[in-house]
Design a protein around this ligand. Structure first.
Ligand code: RP5
Length: 161
């Protein structure tokens, strides 16, 4: 199946965080591609990826980076696709640097930013975006949410015994 989500990151060192996005997409049977595109070290390659993404059939891009995390914002500036940013925590500053670099975008260039290290939610948000035009995926998401609810109800019931 041709990929409809791009999961990209500034370095292969981001993959241990970003792979949770891939796992979420796998759970919903959503096809995706993975790649390393550094905003600072391979700027032209990053722009080529962003400008060509929609024509290649991608529907959503998940972009993760750490530190001076400019990848999600720069990709958002060069594509019409929705971009979900994942702040990757590095050794210093606990990911606050990554979060602010990704979330503080100028008006007109949105990046849907998840929590620091929140790659699973990035995957789930991508599924919700795709589900808006895909009834089968919408049903899967509804079932997933029902399971989540049941999990909490079960925990509550266990406390009552
Ligand atoms: C960022 O610099 C990357 O997204 C990564 O989080 C960080 C460190 O990259 P490496 O030095 O591990 O390649 O651009």
């Amino acid at each position: 199946m041709a990929p409809i989500v791009g999961v990209i990151m500034g370095s292969d060192s981001d993959w241990p965080v970003l792979e949770a996005a891939g796992q979420a997409l796998d759970e919903f049977g959503v096809s995706y591609e993975v790649g390393v595109y550094s905003a600072h070290r391979t700027p032209q390659r990053m722009l080529d990826y962003a400008t060509g993404a929609a024509d290649r059939g991608l529907k959503v891009i998940i972009a993760g980076a750490g530190g001076a995390a400019h990848l999600p914002g720069m990709v958002a500036s060069a594509t019409v696709l929705p971009v979900i940013g994942v702040p990757v925590p590095l050794k210093y500053l606990d990911g606050l640097d990554s979060l602010l670099s990704i979330v503080q975008m100028p008006a007109g260039v949105p990046v849907a930013t998840v929590s620091v290290g929140g790659a699973r939610n990035a995957g789930l948000l991508a599924v919700r975006m795709l589900a808006a035009h895909d009834p089968a995926l919408r049903e899967k998401m509804a079932a997933f949410q029902a399971d989540l609810q049941q999990l909490v109800l079960d925990k509550d019931a266990a406390l009552q015994t």
